[in-house]
Structures are given as C-alpha cells and as structure tokens.
Design a protein. Structure first.
Length: 667
C-alpha cells in the first residue's frame, strides 16, 4: 500500500513542480529592476534649473527633490543630436559609433552624397541591443538611432516612418447629396464635398466629407462633419463637431498612415466654399512580436506628424493649433511608451521628445546681436520656449505616476542650445580659394571641386575629393596632405570684423535694457557674457573656434572614415550653412548647437530617481558617456569593452564616495 502511495505523491510533485517554478520565476522577474530613460532633445541645463526655481516645472521639481541632479553635465563633441544620442545609448564617442554628425558624406560615393545620422546604423551595439543579447527585454520609442529599418533593434521598437503627403489647406465646396449609406440624422439636407490626397508611390485617395446639421433650430446650421473614403457612415470613419480636431486613418502598402484635420469656418450654411487644414499624412515603423503592431495601432492609431512649421508660417494654423500638433506627437509617444511599460513589462524602456530642441532652434532670441531682436519680441519668443519645457514637465509627471517601487527613471538630454547671430558659409571660403567650383547659377560642380563642406548646426565636415576614395575623385593621394593643410590654414586664418552693437564689443546697453524690462534674465546676460568672454577685447573674431584634422590627437571624433578630412567648429553665436554666396549671413536658426560642449549654454541635463539613488542628491559633473555604463550596472549586466564612459559616482545610496552632498532645495 505504501509503495503506490509514494509513487502517487511523486507524480503529483512532478506535475506541480513546473507550475511552482513558473510562479517563482515570474515573481523574481517582476522583482527585478526596470530602467526607463527619457530624452528631451535640446533641454538646457540652465533653463531647466531656472524654470524649476520659478516653480514652473512642478513634476521635474518633484523628481529632483526625490532623486539626483547633475549641476555641470557635459555632452560630446560635436554637441549634435544624432552623435550625442549615440553616445548616450552606447557610452562610446563618434570614433566608435560612426555617428560623427547629423549629416556626413559617405565615402566611395560622389562628393554630393549625404548620409543621415538619424537613419544610419550605430556601429557598436546600443543599450537596447546589448541588453537584449544578455537576456533582458528592451523597448525603444522614437529614440534616435533605434530604427527598426536597420534590422533587429529592441524587442519592441517604434520609429519615425514615412511622410506620404505634405500638409495642405483644402478648399471645400459643398453640394446637396443623398448618396451616402447609413448617414447620421440631419435637420437640414445632407451636403457633401471631396478632396484628393496624392500619396507617394501610391494611388491617390479620394476623401469624401459629409456635412450634417445636428441642431433642431429651424436654421441651416451644419456643425458636424464626417470623413470617409467610401461614402458609408461606419464606426471607423472620423466624425467631428465644429472646429474640433479630427483624424482619419489610411491604409497604404500594408502600413497604417493617417492625418489630423480641422475645419476653419464660421459659414454654417455652407453656401460658399470653406477651408479645412490637414496635417501631413504620416506612418510609423513598428517592430515586435506577432500581434504587437496591431495592438499599438488598435490602441493609439497611426504615428502622428511631429510639427508643421510651414503651415504656421503660411497662416494656415494659429500658434495654439501648432502647439496642439506638437503636443499630440509628444503625448502619443509618451502614452505608447507607458502602455508598453505596463503591458509588455520591458526591463529597459527608452523614449524621446523633440519639442524643446525644435522651439529653441526657431525662437531662442535672447542676444541683441541677433537680427530682429527687441525686448518685446524676445519676451514673446521665450514664452514659446517656456511652453515646450512645460510640456516636458507634463511628460515627466505622467512617467513618474507610472513607476513601480523598483523602477529607475533617467531624464536626460543630448545637448543644450545657444543663440545664433550669424551664419558661416565654409563653402564660400573654399570657393574663393579655388577649392570648390560652381557653375553660372552658383550651383556646386561636385566632380570638379577639390573639397566640399557638409554643415550641421555649429559644426561642418570638410571632405577632400580624393582619388581612389571618392567615386569621382580628382585629388591625387600624394597631394592629400598639401590640400588638407591648405584648408586648415585657410580657416584658421579667417577673421571677421565685429558687428556694430555687438555684445562682444562690450556694448551691453541693449542687454541691460532687456534685463530691466524682464525680457532677458540676469542669468541670460551672465551666460552670454561668460561664453563670449574671450572675444570681449578682440578687434576681430575667429568665427571657426576649432579647426581639426582627422588624426589620432582627437580620437573621440576624427578617427572614423565618416568624419571629414577637416572638421570645423564654430565660435559662440555662429551657425554653419551650406551657401556659396557670402562668408557671413543672418542666422538660418536663432538657436544652435554643435559647438564646444564645455560652453555653459550647451550643457545638457541629467536627472534620475529610483530606489537605488540618493534623495535630493546634487552632484557636480558627469558625462553623457556615463549614462550607458550606469544603466548596465543597474540592470546587473556585463558592460561591453567598447564603452568609454564610467558608472556615475555619488548618486547611489550604497556609494561610499566622499563627494560632498547638497540638497537641491538649497542650490
């Protein structure tokens, strides 16, 4: 009797043991640390600190009070978006990542060829790839460098896709109709209009609009609009009231795309044409396990457009509507990211928001040297920048609420931003020296040019048209050093006269007037003078602050084939363009970056909160290169040998460093 009983117990144990182990494994997995990294492109260290002290960023202040903050963080050279995000993601500098700029020339092709730093593959494994190799689950949403087009990235990846059609202001003429199937009830005769969207490499889409009078007021008052591709009123169609925003999804080549729209009319009887603004038609790239793409699209719809500067400039939309578009994109990325965090439980989640960088490029008008500067205009523009920081604060607040007890949150940026008063044109310098050839229309003749510069922000890579290296190379290898040295001396010797009224001429009257009128903070005055101090007493300015050659004396940038034979880095106040007509012109952007990352205005942000970090901890310095090794340590992973950064000291509770600690409240 005992033998059958023992045998039965053994069978029961064998049956339940796998289930017990499964439950234990799940509990252990849930107990592991999770890391969320949120990057705000262009978030300035100084402005973040300023707005926190003014109580304008309550959620970021909450993060700082509960976590850690770096007072003097630094990024890499060049301080550009694509290279800096590659450094954040890998802990390695451009000589290893290959992301040397936002744009560069790809060798063995014609000189005019440009490669995109946001689409190119990072040449060492980033966090989301390396952590996945070591058994972790990873997710990246719109994060620079995490493009599923380049092959398997994270376990869950969403990235910018295609723009199928640009935005438009459609003119709509309505007429009576009875052709619709199952139309909603209308108290006036139904009316319809139509417009066509021309999609790239696709058949055109004819969109029908049904106008409905939903109010029983004995007047023709068309207040509701339904958009459809087939004149059948079904649940998937878009229906809006009045001047509300609406959206319509379009299926294109197995991708879900779509656009947002808004009616611009007070003409409620529709007896004359009305206008409808629509955004660009966009789609996203989604990669993950079976069913993941369908799940995201079902829950959140198509990947929306990021912004629409052209529509704002043309007056198609108001500033408020422009902000609606930008906010919609940022919150779409945020909501999708936090949904993935909750449902799919990745060990590492990285997502991105671009709005601060975008607004500062367009509106950082704080220096009297900048064309069009006035205290009033500066105040108006600064309100736009402040809006972008408040939107970031909203994202931080929502992310903080999503955290579990063992979650660690990093809030970082790739670089800061500084005001630009002038555009430099290195190709004009090359042309004047006989190194670049143009035709009668001033268009570059690449096949006959000896050298050509590709700019990005305040940096430019100059490429020599070398035989056997370039597709149409004309410079013999034996003349390479001579030509490169000629280019170096050309830019090192270049000087420009100071402009009248310039801050660097020690004329601070306009600066102080702006400070007194509260349109320019004392901090902005201080930072402008600090970053330009070495130019204060010079009669002429060297606009190219650094002229570097690709030798091993600067391996962080220049020892990679993607880098130019000569690299130019602009002085404070200068953005670099591609023109060939004048050496110095008005700025193509009001805000710029890419220059020397040690400059105070180009400092990024670093904040972190979680159970492993000290509370209210204030450290002095760290580098964006240190973020990846710190995350490897948190996730208890092996740090790859190519990582050049170090684990950040002084932020962990168990860190025995003697570094001085100071409460953020007292800073």
């Amino acid at each position: 009797m005992r033998k059958p009983l023992i045998a039965g117990l053994l069978v029961l144990n064998l049956c339940f043991l796998p289930q017990i182990h499964t439950v234990e494994a799940k509990q252990n997995q849930e107990a592991d640390r999770k890391v969320i990294l949120l990057s705000f492109d262009g978030m300035k260290n100084d402005y973040t600190n300023k707005y926190v002290n003014e109580n304008k960023l309550p959620h970021i202040k909450q993060l700082l009070d509960k976590g850690v903050w770096a007072k003097h963080p630094t990024t890499i050279t060049p301080s550009l978006t694509a290279p800096s995000h590659a450094a954040i993601a890998t802990g390695a500098t451009p000589h290893l990542t290959g992301i040397v700029s936002n744009q560069w020339h790809e060798l063995n092709k014609s000189l005019e060829n440009k490669d995109d730093g946001f689409q190119a593959e990072i040449q060492v494994p980033p966090l989301w790839v390396e952590a996945r190799k070591q058994g972790k689950t990873t997710a990246t949403i719109a994060f620079p460098g995490a493009n599923p087009k380049n092959g398997k990235q994270g376990d869950y990846s969403i990235y910018y896709g295609k723009t199928w059609s640009p935005s438009a202001l459609e003119s709509l003429t309505f007429k009576n109709t009875d052709e619709w199937i199952n139309p909603p009830k209308s108290f006036s005769p139904l009316k319809e209009a139509e417009f066509t969207i021309n999609l790239k490499n696709e058949e055109n889409h004819l969109i029908h609009i049904l106008a409905i009078d939903s109010t029983d007021d004995q007047k023709q008052n068309y207040d509701t609009f339904l958009l459809s591709e087939d004149k059948k009123a079904v649940q998937d169609d878009s229906i809006i009231k009045g001047k509300q925003w609406g959206s319509l999804s379009l299926h294109t080549k197995n991708q879900l795309a779509g656009f947002w729209f808004k009616m611009n009319t007070d003409n409620h009887d529709l007896n004359s044409p009305i206008q409808m603004y629509r955004t660009a038609v966009t789609s996203g790239l989604i990669s993950g396990p079976k069913g993941f793409s369908d799940d995201i699209q079902k829950q959140f719809g198509f990947f929306p457009v990021q912004d629409d500067d052209i529509a704002l400039e043309k007056g198609w939309i108001s500033r408020k509507e422009y902000q609606d578009i930008s906010s919609r994109f940022v919150m779409w990325v945020t909501n999708v990211s936090l949904y993935i965090k909750q449902k799919y439980n990745p060990d590492l989640l990285m997502f991105y928001a671009p709005q601060i960088d975008h607004e500062q490029h367009k509106y950082l008008l704080i220096d009297p040297r900048q064309p069009g500067y006035s205290p009033e205009k500066s105040k108006k523009y600064m309100s736009y920048i402040e809006w972008s920081y408040k939107l970031a604060d909203k994202v931080v607040g929502k992310t903080l609420k999503s955290l579990d007890k063992k979650d660690a949150l990093f809030v970082v940026s790739d670089h800061g931003m500084e005001p630009a008063h002038s555009t430099l044109s290195p190709n004009k310098v090359l042309k004047d020296a006989g190194l670049l050839t143009v035709d009668k229309t001033n268009k570059v003749n690449y096949k006959e040019s000896i050298a050509y510069a590709i700019p990005s922000g305040s940096t430019a890579n100059v490429y020599i048209n070398l035989k056997k290296r370039e597709k149409d190379g004309i410079v013999p290898p034996e003349e390479y050093d001579k030509v490169r040295n000629q280019i170096i001396q050309l830019f090192k010797g270049l000087e420009v006269k100071k402009r009248k009224g310039s801050v660097v001429q020690h004329n601070v009257k306009e600066m102080m007037a702006a400070f007194k009128s509260d349109t320019l903070s004392f901090h902005d005055v201080q930072e402008n003078l600090k970053d330009n101090w070495k130019y204060l007493f010079e009669r002429k300015v060297h606009p190219y602050e650094q002229v570097l050659k690709n030798t091993d004396d600067n391996k962080s940038l220049l020892m990679h084939p993607n880098s130019g034979d000569v690299v130019l880095i602009g002085a404070p106040g200068y953005v670099i363009g591609s023109g060939t007509s004048k050496n110095v012109t008005p700025p193509i952007d009001l805000g710029t970056h890419g220059g020397d990352p040690s400059r105070s205005m180009l400092r990024p942000v670093f904040m972190a909160v979680g159970p492993d970090f000290r509370k209210g901890k204030h450290i002095n310095a760290m580098s964006n290169l240190d973020i990846a090794p710190t995350i490897y340590d948190l996730l208890e992973l092996e740090t790859p040998s190519f990582v050049e950064g170090k684990k950040i000291k002084g932020i962990f509770k168990n860190d025995k460093s003697s570094e001085h600690s100071e409460s953020l409240i007292k800073r």
